[in-house]
Design a protein around this ligand. Sequence first.
Ligand code: ATP
Length: 215
Amino acid sequence: MQELLSGQNLACERDDRLLFSKLDFKLHCGEVLQIAGPNGSGKTSLLRILAGLLPDFDGTLFFQGKPVQSDSDHFRENLLFIGHQPGIKLNLTPEENLRWYQSLYHPADTDQIYQALAQVKLTGFEDVPCYTLSAGQHRRVALARLFLHAAPLWILDEPFTAIDQGGVKEIEQLIADHAQQGGSVILTTHHNLSLPVELNVIQLGQSHQSETEQA
Ligand SMILES: Nc1ncnc2c1ncn2[C@@H]1O[C@H](COP(=O)(O)OP(=O)(O)OP(=O)(O)O)[C@@H](O)[C@H]1O
C-alpha cells in the first residue's frame, strides 16, 4: 500500500516539558493509527503537529513521500481534521456551519448538507441555532464534515466524546469503511476501539520515548 503520511525523528516540548522525542512512524493508505497515552502525554499536541496546526516541533513530516512544507496547500486539501472541540459556531445552525465548512473546498450544496446531517442523526435539527443543541449533537455536527469533504487522510481528536453507544458504533464503522476504501485515519480516543481493520498504535507517555506497535 502507498505511504500517505510519515514522520521522522519527531519531538515536541511544551512548557519546558518534553512530551515525546525520536518518534518515527509511517501511515499507509488503508491504515488506522491510534495515538494512545494518559492525560497530558501529548496526544492532542501530536495530532495538531500532524495536521499542520502546531508548528513548534522538531523533525520532518512527509505527505505522499514529499516534505509537507513543499506543498502545504496539497496537504491541506487532502486532510480532514476534527479537533477536540467541535469547532462549530453556536449562533449558527448546523446547516449554516456546514455550508461555511463546505464552501472552503467547493460551492456549498444544500442537499448534500441535509444528507450529511441525516447520516449523523440530525434530521429535524438542520435550522435551529447550535446553542440549543446538546454536547453530543454539537459533536455530530462536527462529524457531519466527514460526509462533505472526500479527503484521504482523516485526523480525529477524541471523535467519540459525548457520543452515545449507537453513535460510537456508527463512527467506528465509518472509520473502518474509510480505511477499507483506501483512506487513512489517525485518531485519539480513551475508548476501546472495536474495528474490523488492523489498528496501529503510537503509545505516548512512556519515559518520553514513543513507539509504534500493532494492537
Ligand atoms: N496551548 C498550550 N500551551 C502550552 N502548553 C500546552 C498547551 N496545550 C497543551 N499544553 C501542554 O502540553 C501537554 C500535553 O497536552 P496534550 O493536550 O497534548 O495532551 P493529551 O495527551 O492530548 O491529553 P488529554 O488526554 O488530557 O486530552 C500538557 O502538559 C499541557 O499542559
